[in-house]
Design a protein around this ligand. Structure first.
Ligand SMILES: Cc1ncc(C[n+]2csc(CCOP(=O)(O)OP(=O)(O)O)c2C)c(N)n1
Ligand SMILES: [Mg+2]
Length: 653
């Protein structure tokens, strides 16, 4: 057996550089590169290995297989990797290397975000000495109850696969298991290989074949025929069926199959955050967002649906309006998903399989079945009424604008301007605050890969770093990162990384001096917007003084971004056009001020957030009463969905 002598870190880098994913016969490098921040835990291990890898490529006049990108914050670099993975339908991602201790624990939030959103990222936190020869070392966690616990154990619950490589001999099996999980559509998420700092630098004789190119097939498992037939029978016996399209529609590339099913049957579609864009704006069956941040059209149909076909959705509380959206007596569910964990939810008919394959099979099984004409008319009318509200929110009249302070706009008109002046293929991106909900209901999607809202973890600070990942994944699209002032303050750092890499991202920084989202939630729950405004501490010792003199435009400029400040309504359109026209050399920030008290049109929906059951405050007591009334409408969905194939002729009598 021929062997190659390398360190563990060199072996990791050389292995990762030659991994590929393949689906539908198209092969791509699995890793676009390695994001990192070095410290004493990885500088001489993974750091040295990346240097050697890059130096060899430069000498040979080619790009390295695993190029290195220096990030500014470890949490942020995971967001960049996630943004990339989502934009490439989970077929490609990045590696993230961090030093021991805080460098590694900074990645925990990113790990949770990736796993919850089911998006692949490979994390390489460094660990303290496996040999313990200098223990305790800088940044080492010491506990009195165990000798083998490190801060990296905190990755275990957040990772879909976790391993710590304490001996070089363990590395090959750890690497292979990691690749399998990353490329498994049902299991993917954060994959963590913890690499102790001394092990990274340790030399070993590796079997040469470890470094052969490998291709990981991303499967499209078909659903069992009996499940498809049962689902088709349920559809045929329904009168008001509805599809709820989740992220799985995008990840499996099932949009065309979904459109064909809707065209043939007239079944309407409501979309989750991850599934938005499954049908593009203008499709007659598209009812838009469903659930707590849904359109009145989708929510009206959801209330009356007798059969709900979830495709690639995890049925989060926002999608189900905390189990109040689907209100018809006897409503039944069909759950079509590649991840078995999602198919048993709501006592639905479980159809385990790839969304594109299963939708195609379902359409075939339904033949020429269609919904009744009256249901089509209802869809059309519900949508027209909602779309008129969107139009009005995008273009507010004087009754709204005259009440605003000079230079202050509404959030909906900002979204409207970006929607109308961006190119159809440009990507809009958001994660937390009030904009995800407004985008969900208001944004008109014109291209299936053009809507990117991270709403599994809804992590403030995701926007700027993820926009870099999206742009790196597809340089033919402009990326508009919509970020609130709160989200921006949490993670403006990666503007510097965008400057370094000359990556053009357009950040729309919406200044409303605090939390519009949590402010209105607080008010609804009787907590009077307490602690949600960015203001001076006032005379009475409360946070209700004057606005703070922060200048986020100057902040962005100081980090190297080109900044365009919107001073009035006319300036908004000019700013979007100028950002589009800006050279492809670095980040552009549009700074715009909005009024946090003007909200987008309502969803006729609810979201369950607990309210204090006893209180000294009238506002809280009123909110508790409202909450109890809403809770009465919650449905447990425990009635088993009738399985038409379930006749059990073989049952003993
Ligand atoms: C990391 C993180 N911390 C806290 C929250 C809870 N949270 C959700 S929205 C929000 C406020 C966001 O403020 P901003 O970005 O200014 O958006 P706005 O609400 O004003 O639209 C907070 C604190 C969160 N989602 N993520
Ligand atoms: Mg804000």
């Amino acid at each position: 057996m021929s062997t190659v002598r390398m360190t563990v870190a060199q072996a990791v880098v050389e292995f990762l550089a030659v991994q590929h994913s393949e689906r539908d016969g198209v092969r791509r490098p699995l890793f676009a590169g390695c994001l990192g921040i070095f410290g004493h835990g990885n500088v001489a291990g993974i750091g040295q290995a990346l240097l050697q890898h890059e130096t060899r490529a430069t000498t040979e006049g080619r790009r390295p297989g695993l190029p290195y990108v220096l990030a500014r914050n470890e949490q942020a670099m995971v967001h960049t990797a996630v943004g990339y993975a989502k934009q490439t339908d989970r077929l490609q991602t990045w590696v993230c290397t961090a030093s021991v201790g805080p460098g590694s624990t900074n990645m925990l939030t990113g790990a949770a975000l990736a796993t919850i959103n089911r998006l692949p990222v490979l994390l390489l936190p460094s660990g303290t000495f496996a040999t313990r020869r200098s223990a305790p070392v800088l940044q080492e966690l010491e506990t009195s109850y165990a000798g083998d616990v490190t801060v990296n154990d905190a990755f275990r619950p957040l990772s879909r696969y976790f391993d710590r490589v304490d001996r070089p001999e363990q590395l090959p099996s750890a690497l292979l298991a990691a690749m399998r999980v990353l490329t498994d559509p049902a299991e993917t998420g954060a994959v963590t290989l913890a690499l102790p700092q001394d092990v990274q630098a340790e030399a070993h004789d590796w079997p040469a074949e470890l470094f052969a190119e490998r291709t990981w097939h991303v499967a499209r498992p078909p659903a069992e025929r009996s499940r498809i037939e049962a689902a088709a029978a349920l559809v045929r016996s329904s009168r008001r069926p509805m599809v709820v399209a989740g992220g799985g529609v995008h990840y499996s590339g099932a949009e065309v199959a979904l459109e064909a099913l809707c065209d043939a049957t007239g079944i309407p579609v409501g979309e989750t955050q991850a599934g938005k864009g499954s049908l593009v704006h203008g499709h007659p069956q598209l009812m838009g967002a469903v659930g707590s941040t849904g359109t009145t059209a989708a929510n009206a149909l959801a209330r009356g649906a007798d059969l709900v076909i979830g495709v690639g959705t995890r049925w989060s509380d926002f999608t189900t309006a905390s189990r109040t959206a689907f209100a018809a007596q006897g409503v039944q569910f069909v759950n079509l998903n590649v991840a078995p964990v999602d198919t048993a939810k709501h006592s639905g008919l479980s159809v385990v399989g790839d969304a594109r394959e299963a939708l195609t099979d379902l359409a075939r099984a339904l033949g020429d079945w269609t919904v009744e004409d009256a249901y089509l008319v209802e869809q059309q009318e519900a949508w027209a009424a909602w779309d008129a509200q969107v139009e009005a929110a995008y273009h507010p009249g004087p009754e709204v604008t005259e009440a605003l302070a000079p230079g202050v706009l509404t959030q909906a008109e900002v979204l409207g301007a970006v929607n109308e002046l961006s190119a159809p293929r440009d990507v809009v991106l958001c994660a937390a605050g009030s904009m995800p909900g407004d985008l969900h209901k208001l944004w008109r999607v014109r291209d299936r890969r053009a809507y990117h809202v991270e709403y599994g973890f809804s992590c403030m600070g995701y926007e700027v770093p993820a926009s870099i990942g999206i742009r790196l994944a597809d340089e033919t699209r402009d990326v508009f990162a919509m970020v609130g002032d709160g989200g921006y303050l949490m993670m403006p750092t990666e503007l510097v990384t965008a400057v370094q890499e000359r990556v053009k991202v357009i950040v729309v920084l919406v200044q409303n001096h605090g939390f519009h989202s949590i402010g209105s939630l607080s008010e609804e729950l009787g907590s009077q917007r307490f602690g949600t405004r960015y203001r001076f501490r006032g005379e009475a010792g409360r946070l209700d003084g004057d606005l703070l003199p922060v200048d986020l435009a100057a902040n962005a400029r100081s980090l190297g971004a080109t900044v365009i400040e919107v001073r009035d309504r006319a300036g908004l359109a000019d700013a979007v056009r100028a950002a589009k026209a800006a050279p492809d050399t670095g980040p552009v920030v549009i700074h715009v001020t909005t009024d946090p008290l003007v909200s987008a049109p309502g969803s006729d929906s609810w979201w369950d957030v607990p309210v204090a059951e006893v209180s000294e405050l009238d506002t809280t007591r009123d909110a508790a009463e409202r909450h109890a009334r809403h809770r009465a409408a919650q449905r447990p969905f425990l009635t088993p969905t009738a399985d038409p194939g379930d006749t059990h002729p073989g049952d003993p009598r």
